[in-house]
Design a protein around this ligand. Structure first.
Ligand code: GDD
Ligand code: MG
Length: 355
């Protein structure tokens, strides 16, 4: 089986994590997030993955190479100008070997899910669908693609990020994973931007193509915002969602080789501490991501936060739900909370920010 992974987005909602690194290469549970998606695809029997790259495209291949170290074959297809989700799928299809009637898996590059990929492929075959969509239910669907279905799973409509209240007719959303019949991909217009959500799916429905929805209740998270990215990493570390790519056994924390955690520090809640990072005595780090070479100084308290590569969190400083950009230096006795984001390379003096 073949798959296309959409990894070309700019990741603006994840800034400053995505200033130096494209979203799929930001580490979750110790490895670039993309490694988890590749491992899960591999485990489902996928043999060839085409990475549809655009933003910061050059960083993928040096890390993943030809894919052999990950048990599959990888091909890189780069868009000079971003072509949107549909345009990217169409553009990536040049690297596929699937025949016109064969199934092709397509995944958004920022989704963590426990979906049974084989089961999705089987449902696609059974429904004889043009496209089969992985759907999930969420409390607030407004930020997603809304996908109502009938009792047999046939898709009735596709409304991307509805703006009017009367458009909110379901809590079923597009979970960002599809099976396409190859010839449907070849029918997407080439070499101009196309949104699969705003253009291709509505058009296929208007043409009475068979779009089949599979509502799945397993783990699902879109990592597009910092809070959900940190949550995903912690859930991977704790084994709440399984990925063969996590470099360790499930537990309350994961410390990568070359990290130094003082015996008097406390790690919990699925925290990961990157290579070369230091956590000093008396520091408490819970449910957080500490990237390579970062320093958490004595008696600091870090909760549900992301500390960038080479950044420093000063003594007694409190972080709760924040992102510290790469190489930023946060002085002692600061208090940062509730979605604060510190840009890369910023210096904050001692006791400068308090509540
Ligand atoms: N190659 C390429 N080129 N990839 C792109 C481009 C592009 O021009 N634009 C976006 N992508 C990739 C992103 O990197 C991401 O992996 C995926 O396409 C989806 O883009 P997002 O920007 O993350 O979209 P979203 O989260 O707002 O909405 C999408 O995902 C939701 C589920 O999380 C839609 O598919 C919604 O319908 C869906 O509900
Ligand atoms: Mg997204």
């Amino acid at each position: 089986t073949e798959a296309v992974l959409l990894v070309g987005g700019k990741g603006t909602r994840l800034r400053p994590l995505t200033i130096n690194t494209p979203k799929p290469m930001v580490p979750a549970a110790g490895v670039p997030f993309l490694a988890h998606q590749l491992a899960r695809a591999r485990a489902a029997g996928v043999e060839h993955v085409v990475l549809a790259t655009s933003y910061l495209a050059e960083v993928f291949e040096p890390y993943f190479g030809d894919g052999s170290a990950h048990g599959l074959r990888l091909t890189y297809v780069h868009e000079e100008e971003p072509l949107g989700t549909g345009g990217a799928i169409r553009h990536a299809a040049r690297a596929l070997t699937a025949g016109p009637g064969d199934p092709v898996l397509v995944f958004n590059g920022d989704i963590l899910t426990g979906l049974d990929i084989r089961a999705l492929l089987e449902r696609h075959e059974r429904a004889q669908a043009h496209v089969t969509l992985h759907l999930t239910r969420v409390a607030d669907p407004r930020a997603f693609g809304l996908v109502p279905t009938d009792a047999d799973g046939r898709v009735l409509a596709f409304t991307e990020k509805p703006s009017r209240p009367e458009e909110i007719v379901t809590d079923q959303i597009n979970a960002g994973g599809y099976v396409f019949r190859r010839e449907v991909i070849d029918g997407i217009p080439a070499d101009r931007p196309v949104s699969v959500e705003r253009e291709t799916f509505p058009q296929l429905l208007a043409e009475r193509a068979v779009l089949h929805g599979v509502v799945d209740s397993s783990y699902w998270l879109d990592l597009g915002r910092p809070a959900s990215f940190v949550q995903a990493s912690a859930d991977l570390v704790r084994g709440i969602v399984h990925s063969p790519a996590v470099p360790g056994e499930p537990g309350e924390f994961l410390v990568l080789p070359g990290a130094h955690v003082d015996a008097g520090a406390r790690l919990s809640g699925g925290t990961v501490v990157g290579a070369g990072a230091h956590v000093a005595a008396g520091a408490e780090v819970a449910g957080s991501v500490v990237l390579d070479g970062a320093r958490i100084e004595a008696d600091a308290r870090v909760h549900a936060s992301m500390v960038g590569t080479g950044a420093r969190v000063g003594p007694r400083t409190v972080l709760d739900g924040v992102v510290i950009g790469d190489h930023s230096l946060i002085g002692a006795d600061n208090e940062l909370r509730d979605g604060a984001r510190i840009w890369c390379g910023t210096a904050i003096p001692d006791a400068a920010i308090r509540f």
